[in-house]
Design a protein around this ligand. Structure first.
Ligand code: CP
Length: 338
């Protein structure tokens, strides 16, 4: 039975993930330009994108189908998403009508809606995305919500396989990085779960106050237990990086001051040295790789010499978004093995 709702990589078994990855590699090596002949993918972007927007359109075109994009900044009537609102402001259309209408034009729909970052419990429950999810009966792909980014994780798993990073026993560091603004938790949460599912020994490296939410750490811990991997957390950079085969850098909001802009700003002030430079790799494996989902701020999150150097695999990760999504689309709409 094909997947109907690609939402959280952890909803899939390792066998299903491996089948999707095999399909992604097959489609990369042996293109199937007629596989989705006549199929249409609807893409609703409530939040901005470069890679997700372009890679989904490219994926559909490469499989012989088509895609259309809707976003609030287009010439549409203004989209309201708050439940129970009296719509006497600028927005003339509510997602309650817009989402099912957009979905009805496609054979599948992808939706992106970033975290509101006002209330941690709401974002952990993916409240806004789940409201839209409840309005869709077509096959649905999460293109990043408050706490999920399954397409990024599937692509990153593919990249790790291509790099030969061991499934079990591979040493993976997920590191907080400095950024002038508080960013969502979706990528670190999804990356942590992906690395745990893959059976790696994962260290979350972060300064005090930037611990990932307990619910995410617990879910990742259970996934690691099932796969034979492990999860630990530290603020000791040298210890975390010892023997590391991969460092995945990402900034995220302070969970201690979630939704509190001033509190978060105060906490991150002075942490500009959480910018990945070659010095970080002193005790790492010689060929330790640098990963990031992009977009990335040069000289803030990572130094140019790392991003432009041989450790960096960020372009490979971004390209793999397209192949991973081709596999998901092929599986959902043409019954490709998974
Ligand atoms: N990594 C990622 O999702 O990139 P975009 O935000 O550009 O889509």
């Amino acid at each position: 039975m094909p997947l109907q709702d690609f939402h959280d990589l952890a909803d899939l078994s390792t066998e299903q993930v491996n089948a999707l990855l095999a399909l992604a590699s097959r489609l990369q090596q042996h293109p199937e330009p007629r596989a989705l002949d006549g199929k249409v993918l609807a893409l609703l972007f409530m939040s901005p994108s470069l890679r997700t927007l372009a890679s989904f359109q490219a994926a559909m075109t490469r499989l012989g189908g088509g895609a259309f994009v809707i976003s609030p900044d287009m010439s549409i009537h203004g989209l309201e998403s708050r439940p129970g609102i009296v719509m006497d402001g600028m927005a003339a259309e509510h997602i309650r009508e817009a989402v099912p209408v957009i979905a009805s034009y496609g054979d599948a729909i992808g939706i992106r809606a970033f975290a509101e970052r006002r209330n941690l419990d709401d974002d952990l429950a993916d409240r806004e995305y789940n409201e839209m999810r409840g309005l869709v009966s077509a096959p649905l792909i999460n293109m990043e919500s408050a706490i999920q980014h399954p397409c990024q994780s599937l692509a990153d798993w593919k990249t790790l396989n291509e790099l030969g990073v061991p499934q079990n026993g591979g040493k993976f560091v997920l590191s907080w990085a400095y950024h002038p603004r508080a960013l969502p938790l979706a990528v670190p949460a999804a990356t942590l779960k992906m690395a745990a599912m893959r059976g790696m020994d994962v260290t979350v490296l972060r300064p005090e106050g930037f611990e990932l939410p307990a619910a995410i750490m617990q879910q990742a811990g259970s996934l690691a237990e099932a796969s034979g991997g492990s999860i630990r957390e530290t603020d000791d950079r040298a210890e975390a990086m010892t023997g590391a085969q991969v460092i995945y850098a990402k900034s995220w909001s302070s969970t201690a001051h979630y939704g509190d802009k001033l509190g978060d700003e105060k906490l991150r002030r002075g942490k500009e040295d959480w910018c990945v430079t070659e010095d970080w790799f002193g005790k790492a494996a010689e060929d330790c790789r640098f990963m990031h989902c992009l977009p990335v701020r040069r000289g803030v999150v990572v130094a140019d010499h790392v991003l432009d150097g041989p450790r960096s695999v960020v372009i490979q990760e971004a390209q793999n978004r397209m192949y991973a999504q081709m596999a998901v689309l092929h599986h959902m709409l043409a019954g490709g093995a998974a």
